[in-house]
Design a protein around this ligand. Structure first.
Ligand code: SF4
Length: 161
């Protein structure tokens, strides 16, 4: 995953790889500011974690630990040090995995940390989801000044004869 300022990146294997993303099957998804990048990283890691055959310890268990951290962060339980822990696990998984699945599974997390670190910090330190996607980080308040008139308020309702 890479940000808008890299939108002119040539779509070939080497150029996309240089951003930290991967070509995959060649599909491209464009996301706007209403997408939470941590939620997206969680989605991709959930997929690869389930696809892991389990042969390599770091791919089997490391992806699980990373997913748990992402879930915590998106549920408002992120802690100081989580970003660094995610990076440490990610590089260990990449370095010790036998096949391409494990070697690339952490990429969505690494690229979102690299390009959208402020979103991680907003979730962890301010308990806010800038894209307003993570439900546990949302708060609602009634703006009474701009609230519309309530039709059929109790005093306007007449009992039936
Ligand atoms: S890296 Fe490949 S071989 Fe190793 S556990 Fe993951 S899926 Fe299996």
């Amino acid at each position: 995953m890479y940000p808008e300022y890299l939108a002119d990146t040539i779509v070939d294997y080497d150029s996309v790889n240089a951003t930290g993303a991967i070509m995959g099957s060649g599909g491209m998804v464009i996301m706007d500011e209403t997408t939470c990048m941590i939620d997206v990283a969680k989605f991709f890691l959930d997929f690869t974690q389930k696809e892991s055959c389990g042969k390599c310890t770091f791919c089997r268990i490391g992806t699980k630990r990373m997913l748990e951290i992402l879930i915590r962060i998106t549920e408002g339980e992120g802690r100081d040090g989580d970003i660094e822990l995610l990076e440490e696990l990610a590089y260990q998984i990449k370095d010790t995995s036998l096949c391409g699945l494990g070697q690339t599974a952490p990429n969505p997390v690494l690229t979102t940390i690299r390009y959208f670190r402020d979103e991680y910090e907003a979730h962890i330190y301010h308990k806010k989801c800038p894209a307003k996607v993570c439900k546990k980080l949302l708060t609602y308040e009634v703006d009474e000044k701009n609230a519309p008139d309530v039709p059929f308020a109790p005093e306007t309702v007449r009992p039936k004869p």
